[in-house]
Write a protein that binds this ligand. Structure first.
Ligand SMILES: Nc1nc2c(ncn2[C@@H]2O[C@H](COP(=O)(O)OP(=O)(O)OP(=O)(O)O)[C@@H](O)[C@H]2O)c(=O)[nH]1
Ligand SMILES: [Mg+2]
Length: 154
């Protein structure tokens, strides 16, 4: 059994709609997005600490939920000695300075706590694939993100 902790509306939606039914592994899903009524239940840490199973943290950074919970959970994991991999997204430039600043400081904190890190900078994708219609754009980007996450579960 492995655990995927998805944090923020974007990460939770991507996990629910594209990942949950497709991973070829036994995965326990933890969703942290107060919008959907989910909050951080620290008992997940007890379980991870006890079992030593694989833990992956997936957060769409920039918003309030993703940035603050991902930072907090990453330091809780680290302080309990639970190793984890992190997959993070950084915002588009048009989302504004506040979003970017929040995302970058979360990214910095998490990168000090995780044992490995994959970062998807949405602005870089916009520069490369921004000519595509929105729907296709997100299909291309999200497929790359989700493929990266899937790799961790084999
Ligand atoms: N690639 C991708 N990025 C997304 C998606 N949904 C949201 N994002 C990005 O994720 C970042 C954070 O947004 P959310 O996940 O909505 O933020 P949140 O953590 O829920 O924040 P609050 O709602 O403010 O508490 C932004 O840069 C969004 O553009 C998605 O489906 N795919
Ligand atoms: Mg949200």
């Amino acid at each position: 059994m492995s655990t995927l902790i998805s944090i923020g509306t974007g990460a939770c939606n991507m996990t629910m709609y594209h990942l949950q039914d497709n991973l070829n592994a036994e995965v326990e899903y933890v969703f942290i997005d107060p919008l959907n009524g989910r909050d951080y239940d620290e008992s997940i840490l007890d379980k991870l600490e006890k079992t030593g199973e694989k833990a992956v943290l997936f957060a769409t950074l920039g918003g309030n939920t993703g940035s603050s919970f991902a930072t907090r959970i990453s330091s809780d994991l680290k302080s309990r000695g639970i190793k984890f991999r992190a997959i993070l997204t950084l915002p588009f430039v048009y989302e504004g300075r506040e979003m970017i600043t929040r995302a970058l400081s979360a990214h910095q904190a998490i990168s000090g706590n995780a044992s490995s890190l994959s970062v998807f900078n949405m602005e870089k994708y916009r520069m490369e694939y921004g000519h595509l219609p929105t729907r296709e754009f997100f299909q291309v980007v999200d497929t790359q993100i989700l493929n990266t996450i899937s790799l961790y579960f084999y």
